[in-house]
Structure formats: structure tokens, C-alpha cells
Design a protein around this ligand. Structure first.
Ligand SMILES: [Zn+2]
Length: 72
């Protein structure tokens, strides 16, 4: 898996929305790629913050979009 694919799926990986096979592929990539692991740490951390600070749908979505731009 390439880093582009990984970061593409990272969001759904954090949300546990991937199939078992996809999740495993992402997991394997993360273990071998410190850069993507950083993104994963960052995003999962951020997601927890968002969940805590705001339960509404719109803001986290916009925030995620922003995050995607930062990460890409
Ligand atoms: Zn990578």
C-alpha cells in the first residue's frame, strides 16, 4: 500500500469503518511507515478531542476536511 492510499483510508480506519481486510492493510502499512503512523496518531487524537468538544455533525466534518488539507 502506498502512503496516498493509506492516508486516504486513515480517516475511516480511525472510525473503524473499513472492512477487516482493508483495516489490516492499513495496520500493516502503519507499522512499517512512521510518517503515516504520525498522521494516524494525530488524527485519532484529534478525533477524540472533537468528540469531547462537540457532538454536532457539521463542525467535526468541516474540521476533518481542514485536517485532510493539512495532512495532504
Ligand atoms: Zn506511509
Amino acid at each position: 500500500m502506498r502512503c496516498e492510499e493509506c492516508s486516504d483510508k486513515l480517516d475511516r480506519f480511525v472510525d473503524r469503518e473499513l472492512s477487516d481486510t482493508e483495516a489490516l492493510q492499513v495496520q500493516l502499512h502503519l507499522e512499517g511507515c512512521p510518517e503515516c503512523m504520525d498522521h494516524y496518531d494525530f488524527e485519532s487524537h484529534l478525533k477524540r478531542l472533537v468528540k469531547h468538544s462537540c457532538e454536532c455533525d457539521k463542525a467535526p466534518e468541516a474540521f476533518r476536511e481542514k485536517l485532510r488539507q493539512i495532512l495532504s
